[in-house]
Ligand binder design. Sequence first.
Ligand SMILES: [Ca+2]
Ligand SMILES: [Ca+2]
Ligand SMILES: [Ca+2]
Ligand SMILES: [Ca+2]
Length: 333
Amino acid sequence: MGINLTPVQQATFQTALDYQTTALANLQASNLDAYIVNMEQALNNYRNVNPEPITTIFFDDFENGQGEWTHGGTFDEWELGTPTYGPAQTYSGENCWGMDLDNTYENNTDCWLKFPQIDLTDYSCAYLSFWVWNWVEDVYGYVYDPLWLDITTDETTFYPLCSKMGGVNDDPEIPDVGGWSMVVLDLTKYLGNTVQIQFRFESDYYDVQSGPYIDDVYVYGRYASTGIIAHKSRARTKTILLGNSPNPFSNRTSISYELNMDAHVRLMIYNCSGRLINTLIDAQQKCGFHRIPWNGQDSREKKVPAGVYFIQMSVCPGSNDSINITKKMIMLK
Ligand SMILES: [Ca+2]
Ligand SMILES: [Ca+2]
Ligand SMILES: [Ca+2]
Ligand SMILES: [Ca+2]
């Protein structure tokens, strides 16, 4: 049992294997330099047995209006349009977001610009990139009026996604510094979740500047369907209920399990008093890894209240006795 590779992936895999074989021969011959060179080639090729191409998860150049972006907070001046104070132009097209498009930000600002929700459930890797033009008060390396991003998986508790950014346009001694700059952040830690990201901006009580401007926000990644994650999982040989992720969750979660053979599977949700809430799967399924989303609704498509729920997986391979496995999950408000 293994993963199915396309012919191109198979060829790359074979090349990696050949380099590795050569490397091991080098090692036996005590030729360490050749061993390192060939091993590096092997690793590079293994990395390139890339199961899925890069795909766009989310993109917005702000040329089609505000969409599902929201903003708010104290002295919130996030505005969408063409800047007339700050950058000479947007990064792309006519529109970007800016903290006051035609003037400085205010003192004592504390505000946010929130992305639409982004579903990272099915990806094996994901990255966020955006273009930023940022002129804020920072003196001798200390940022008094910082811009940064934070992220949540439960729509409630936000955690910093990057450190606080200083201005990139505020040193007249260094020509050509700054302007529109691209920032890339790794979202790998948040795979398997639906996330919400926001730009945050804070200023202190003194000295204001043009502020932050944002354009071309892009989230991209690779699907996990035939990826490394699926490969690892399929190498297992046990029927196992892996549980749900995220857990606790508020709006949606995904339940993962593995079957060691083709079997009839029933996946049921019970509440803490033992009442059947919903049956997510009642079907014959293939051996291997499965992931089933649950949106927190009962069988009549009504949202269930917050609390403790149980996933019960009942697996019946052929005429044999069925296997029942139960796991607890917690739904927050
Ligand atoms: Ca734009
Ligand atoms: Ca202002
Ligand atoms: Ca300030
Ligand atoms: Ca401004």
